[in-house]
Structure formats: C-alpha cells, structure tokens
Design a protein around this ligand. Sequence first.
Ligand SMILES: Cc1ncc(COP(=O)(O)O)c(C=O)c1O
Length: 367
Amino acid sequence: MDALTALQPRGGLDNLTVYETGRPLEEVAREQGLNPEELVKLASNENNLGPSPAAVEAMQREASRMHLYPDGGAFYLREALSKQLGVTPDMLLFGNGSNELIEFLGHLFLQPGTNLVMSAQAFIVYKLIGDLFGAETRQAPMQAFRHDLDAMAALVDENTRLVFVANPNNPTGTRVRKEDLKAFLDKLPAHVLPVVDEAYIEMLEPEDRPATLEWVKGNRPLVLLRTFSKAYGLAGLRLGYAIAHPELIRWLGKFRQPFNANAMAQAAALAAVEDQEFLDRSRVWVREGLEFFAAAFAEMGLETVPSSANFLLVKVGEGRRRFQELQAKGVIARAMDGYGLADWLRITVGTPEENRRCVQAIKEVLQ
Ligand SMILES: Cc1ncc(COP(=O)(O)O)c(C=O)c1O
C-alpha cells in the first residue's frame, strides 16, 4: 500500500488482534445459502427469549424521538438503577456495553510496565485491552475450569494494576464460592484494583451471589461490571454499567464520550430493570435448558462443564471442525480454540426447540 507508507501509526499494531465475535445470523445464512429464519444462534450467550416485553414497548414509544441526542447523564435510568441496587447515583457509570467499561479501566490504569491478572480461560477482552495499552497480561491456569484464586494472587506484583474475576466466568460457566472471593479480595495488595465482572450474575440464584454490592457500599476499592446484554436480553442495544466508589466512577468517567449510552438503550433498560418477572422467567428457562443439554450430552457420552451461566462447554473433539459442520446444518455454536480449548464448543441455552435442534445437529455431525 504505497499510498500509506508516509503515515506513522502508533507502534505495536501487529500485536493487536480483533475480537472474534459470535457469527451474525445473516452472515452465516448468506455463506451457507440458508434462510436466516431457520438458523439457530447459540454463539454469544444472548437471551433467546428476546427482550422483556416492557422493554420492547418502551423502545416503540421512544422510536419517534430518535432525532434527539440522548441524556448524556442517563438521569432516569441512573435513578431507577441506583434505587434498585441501593447505591447512590454517583456510584454508577454506563458504557456502550460493559466492554467499553473494560476499556475505560485500561485507560485509567494500564500502560507499558504495568500488568493485569486474569484466568487463562476468562473473557478474552481483558487481554485485548491489556494489549491495547501495552500492558502485560498474566494468565493463571484454571483448576477444573474454575478460577484458581490462589494462582491468580501469586501472579500479582508491584506492577499489577487490575485483577479481573468474571463470576460466573465466560467461557467456562463456572462460579466462585462466595467465601473464596472474599478471602481473595482481602488478600490483594492495596495498589491493585479488583474488577468482578458480573455479566451473568442474574443467572445465579440470589443465595449463590457473593455480597459484592455490599462490599462496594462498604467503600471497598472494587469495580463491579454488569450488562443488559445477557439476562435482560438487550445485547443489540449495547449497554453495560459499572458500580464503584464515586471517586473511581469520576476517574473512569473522564474517558467517556458524551453520548456513549444511547437513548434507545436507556429507555429499554429503564423498563427492563422494573421487569423482575422477566428475569425470573429467564432464569428458570436457562436452568431447564442447561438440564436438558447436560442430560442429552451425558447420554451421548460427551463431557460437559457444569454451568452457573446461560451457556455450557461440551467436549466434542476438534471443536473448530464441529463448529463448521454445525454451521452447515444451521446451528451456530462457538469454537473454543482461541481459549486453548480446541476440543470444546460453547453453546448458549436457546429456546427448547433451538436446544433440541442443536443436540440433534451435534448427534448428526458426530456420527
Ligand atoms: C464475562 C463477560 N463480560 C463482559 C461481556 C461484554 O458484554 P457487553 O459488552 O455486551 O456488556 C461479556 C460478553 O460476552 C462477557 O461474557
């Protein structure tokens, strides 16, 4: 590209990789010559129940106001959410997905010479953000697909700035025990900021959720990340939020563009947070789907990892090849070779009919 040779992009571009998303329905349909309506997408841990009906109604009402910029401060959503969580409004920061909040954490804490600590099979975006800011990413091996919190603590040194614990974890679906998380946080040195990524927290039964919110309210330096993309069924809107001490929120907010949480997302989320019944229904539906998958795969002699989230890992052997073969049958799962799990697929719980189609397709490709 001769025309570009005089340009001087920042160093290290070759070390940056682009996140591999779950494949969009329409793209797979075009490629496979299939009808998008007939495809089953179980690749991105979305809620295939769809959005809460209350959120859909709110979006319909909001549609005719899309010529206006959003409320940059998300006043109404902030009020509603802070009331529900029992935190002050200044303890919340909204992001274009919780992904954007992870990037803000990178802006605030990471640069060459610093490092972040995570599990070897945790959400890959932590590492991508580390790479983006020239920081080192230290990955602790997991134990039986669970975070090994002692191994993570052992990787912390004076240059560690952030430690990420996804609970439940993606892609393994496992959760940490409440008392283990507390002991881990107590042990971290004061210069390290723990980030507990609770993207799937709504999937846990309330009694299985660590008291992270209470810890934040108790002034513990800790950032919680949550999202409307998973249990709330609003992934297309891109809205996540951080909960932390007001001063930390103020620092992180310095990296925010003025209208990063769009108006449609704010309207839908405001309705969704009030619809507890929808969340409860989703949780039951996910539990039943996980039971169905676990039983079906056990019958087929396939190993699975018991999951506390809305997806599970299943060992099919040659995951990338099976992923391709399933696609040809109209089922989109997620290959796990990027996570060092080359023999595994990650499958999101879909509707009962989608789950049945997925199991049937796996049976056929393994025959
Ligand atoms: C653990 C975890 N954190 C964060 C995210 C990002 O979610 P979003 O940016 O849609 O809020 C995901 C999405 O898959 C995830 O699995």
